[in-house]
Every structure is written in C-alpha cells, then in structure tokens.
Design a protein around this ligand. Structure first.
Ligand code: PLP
Length: 377
C-alpha cells in the first residue's frame, strides 16, 4: 500500500467547479477600492462598471452586434431573466443532460407553464442535437457542469432559425471560442472560468433577442429585477453600466482584476490554451489508471473545464471519504462530484488552475486510492 504521501503538493489545491480558483497571483490588495463606499451611479461608479463590461467584451471577443450587461442574481438570475421576459410567443424546446439543464426544464414547465418539448440524455451523454426544431426557442447548457458534457460546437444551431437560442454558458465562456452568430442569449457568472466572485450574472443578447424583447410582452408579472424594457423599448443603460439595482462594487472590482489577468495572458486564446492544457494533463492522469474513467463518453463532447471522473466501484459514501481525505491533507479542495450526479470526482480545469497543480494531483489521487481503495469500498 502506498502509505508515504507524495513529495509534491499542488501549490493551490483549489479544484472546485464554482466558485473556482482565483487567478494565479491574485491577492486582495490587487483590488482597486476607490469606488467602495461610493455610489455605483456616480461618474466613477459608472466608469468602473463600463470598464468591466468593456473588458468582458474584449476577452470574450464579443461582436458589436451583441450587448452585454451586468444583472442581479448570478448566472441563475441572468438566465431566468431571459426566460421570463422572452419565452411564450413560440413553442419551446429544452435540452437537458445534467442537473442545471434539468433545472431550466423545471422552471419552463412548473413556473412558466410552457409545455416545452424536452430532449434528454443521461449523465455522461449528449442528446441527439439533430432532433432540434429551430422554429422553436431552444434552451440549453453549453457546458453541463455536473456531468462534464458540453456541446462540441455551434454547428447544430441553424443559421436560419426562427426561434431564439438560449445558452446557459457559465462554465463555457472564456474556455471555448463561442460562435456568437449562433447565440441569441447567453448568460454566465464571474466565479467560474475567470475566478471572480459570485454575486452578479452577465447577460448577453444578440439583435434577434432585442427584437423579441421589443416586440413581445409576456402575459405574466415580471419583477423589477427581471425587466429589460420600458415602454416597449430595451433599457440600453443596463448594457452600459446603469445596473437595474445596486451591484457589489467589490465583486465588480474583483472581476476587473480577473479580466486584467486574462488580458495579460493573451486574452481568449490564452485562457483557452490554459484550460486545454489542464484538461490534457488530467486526461493523462486518467489514462494511466484503470480505476479512473471519464463520465463523458465521447471525447468531442467532453468538457475542458468541469471534468467529471468515474471511480471504479465507488458509491457516494466512498467519494465523500476520498474527497475529505484529500481536503484534510490540504491537497485538493471540493473535488467530489455534484450531489445529483453519479458518484465520482469533478476536477476543475478552467484557466485559473495551473497545469502543474493538476499534474501534482495525480499521485495524491493514487495515495487516497491506496488508503481507501479496495478495503474502503
Ligand atoms: C451550467 C450552470 N448553470 C447554472 C449554474 C448556477 O450558477 P449561479 O450560481 O451563478 O447562479 C451553475 C453553477 O454551477 C452551472 O454550472
């Protein structure tokens, strides 16, 4: 039995799938605090919010056709806001292959009472994307964080679609090159790939979503924090830094630090390269161990951020003890799979994680397996 702990420890044992590792070199004193204690509607407040928006646009390589704004309620808030204010004029299709996609189905069915067509797949699989009828509005999760299955690209999204595409892209943005011409609505939050803080959502809308907002008034009450139009016109201020209500300027400043780090490593290509290198390092670890496997069966659909692993014969109790042991050793935080997913490990490979830390994790997984392995199952 491998009882001697490995000599090398991950320097930053932060492998959580959200909130994710802070950017390398991050420290609280990098945060500009000048705006704290001041109004977010002051000239300085608006300037900082606008800077954050401009940096996001630049790092995402977002075309001018698409607006981007900071909204309340993290990714959930942003996605719900889009659902509640735009759905109901066309049939709806929901794609679900893990917990978050399933959550949007629940809301579409039980709250919005939309009777959507639901196309499902089990954990580890992607549904047949060819089945999608693009005369419908279509809701999907670009990267299923709880199963580690992502859509491979946007080729399956029709150019001449009649409906709108709604992508929950929270663990996909800054990790993949997204085809913005295929995306009418996208949402995310800062605490994933760029390692910002949880608090606000980011809502991206293309021209067809704006057209929907300005031509369709849903037959349901809309709380103030969901309202994107006034008098039938888009509230443009939301997309220039005039937030609907008070944001956390501390979270905004922290996001600016993260985005400036992203810029310093070469922007989107730099972020993608780091994520891919991390996923490749983890792949090598999995390939070398017959007790580890990928939950996502098809490599083309396998996430490069939230990588979900199967562990031979493990149940939830075993995974709990396995993750706890590594947490207690201070070498891996938060690597147990999501509570609704099949028992397994989930190791974040987004850009803020260092590849050397993924590499250092491998021997520790062996060590925990040796401690708990056969006799522990
Ligand atoms: C795909 C996906 N959607 C939605 C959420 C919820 O995000 P938030 O907590 O930012 O609202 C998460 C969080 O992990 C997620 O991974």
């Amino acid at each position: 039995m491998l009882t001697t702990p490995p000599a090398v420890r991950p320097v930053r044992p932060h492998f959580s799938s959200g909130p994710c590792a802070k950017p390398p070199g991050w420290s609280p004193d990098k945060i500009d605090t000048l705006i704290l204690g001041r109004s977010h509607r002051s000239a300085l407040g608006k300037e900082r919010l606008k800077l954050c928006i401009d940096l996001m646009r630049e790092m995402l390589q977002l075309p001018d056709s698409h607006r981007i704004g900071i909204v309340p309620g993290s990714d959930t808030g942003a996605f719900e806001m889009a659902m509640w204010s735009m759905l109901g004029t066309r049939p709806v299709t929901c794609l679900a292959w893990e917990s978050f996609g399933e959550g949007w189905v629940t809301d579409a069915v039980k709250q919005l009472k939309l009777d959507p067509k639901v196309i499902r797949a089990d954990y580890g699989e992607l549904p047949d994307l060819g089945q999608v009828d693009w005369s419908n509005d279509v809701l999907f999760t670009w990267n299923g964080t709880t199963s580690g299955v992502r859509v491979p690209d946007g080729d399956w999204i029709a150019d001449d679609r009649g409906g709108l595409s709604f992508a929950d892209a929270t663990s996909a943005v800054f990790a993949y090159g997204l085809p913005w011409d295929k995306i009418d609505v996208a949402t995310f939050s800062w605490q994933k790939v760029i390692g910002g803080e949880g608090a606000h959502g980011v809502l991206i809308i293309g021209p067809r979503a704006v057209e929907r907002l300005e031509s369709f008034t849903p037959d349901r009450p809309l709380p103030k924090i969901f309202r994107l139009t006034q008098g039938g016109k888009l509230i443009e201020g939301i997309f220039t830094g005039e937030t609907i209500n008070t944001p956390s300027m501390l979270a905004v400043e922290d996001a600016i630090v993260a985005l400036q780090w992203a810029k310093s490593i070469g922007g989107l290509p730099g972020l993608i390269a780091r994520s891919e290198a991390n996923a490749a390092a983890l792949d090598r670890i999995v390939a070398g161990r017959n007790w580890l496997g990928h939950l996502a069966q098809d490599p083309a659909n396998r996430s490069k951020t939230s990588v979900c692993l199967t562990v031979d014969g493990a149940d939830n109790d075993f995974i709990k003890r396995f993750a706890k042991l590594l947490e207690t050793e201070g070498v891996a935080f938060d690597i147990a799979g999501y509570r609704d997913a099949p028992p397994g490990l989930r190791i974040w490979c987004g850009a803020t994680v260092d590849t050397s830390d993924i590499e250092a994790l491998g021997p520790w997984l062996d060590w925990a397996w040796a401690q708990l392995g056969e006799q522990g199952k």
